[in-house]
Design a protein around this ligand. Sequence first.
Ligand code: SIN
Length: 283
Amino acid sequence: MRNALNGLRFRRISGSLGAEVSGVDLSRDLDDHTVAAIRTGLLEHLVLVFRDQSLEPSSLAAFARRFGKLNRHPYVKPLAGHPDVFRIVKEPEDVHHFGNGWHSDLSYAERPALATMLYATELPPYGGDTLFADMRAAWHALSDGMKAMIEGLVAVFSNERTYGPDAARFRHGVKKMEVAQQSEITRVEHPVVRTHPETGEKALYLNPLHTVGLKDMTAEESKPLIDYLCRHAVRPEFLCRVRWQPGSLAFWDNRATMHYAVDDFAGHRRVMTRVTLEGDQPR
Ligand code: SIN
């Protein structure tokens, strides 16, 4: 386990994933070696947390562009003048919290997000943390029999629980004000066991928010298996928890993680600024 790369220091925050990174000011124009060291750190730790940063939407987007093409969210309204950046806002009176369910960003798309950066813009006095699950560790911990049974299975993903007409029933639906355009309900298929395109490592790829079935199986057959794998994937040993502070930025790899925005700050405001990197088709 490396703990220093090109002057950056990585301090693990849990046994399976996540590291705090120090020794870098992300608002500066970073050299290629530093960007490469951050990318190497991301592939190893899956979730990187940078503290005490000072990022405007433009510097956040500029930093993110060093890692790939930015994604324009299909439904959520971008910030004025920053088409690739949006805010996740929970007002004191809001009942829905965006991301309050285990998921991997844009897994309902043909090409789900490679990675996401989230910057703490305004925090509640307590709570509002984000949990992350290591889907590589979840895959490795399965028995050989279960691995053999699920390798080759294809899962069906949809945005219906988050953006569909009855999204509120799942308590994860976004608020009308966040939606820029009428969302089209989509269904796509991805392998349940995904091979990371950069590291070649296998990871489980399914989540309770967007995985709605398994291909060629009935709901009765697929639901218990999806439920089991999603429950298994969030065993405490596979998790880390990011406690936000003003100026924190988290950068996570959606190809091998799930995350969950904890809704425990009713009556308070939380504002986060997000950019997302375009990904490839899971294989
Ligand atoms: C998200 O799912 O992108 C939001 C996570 C959070 O706000 O903590």
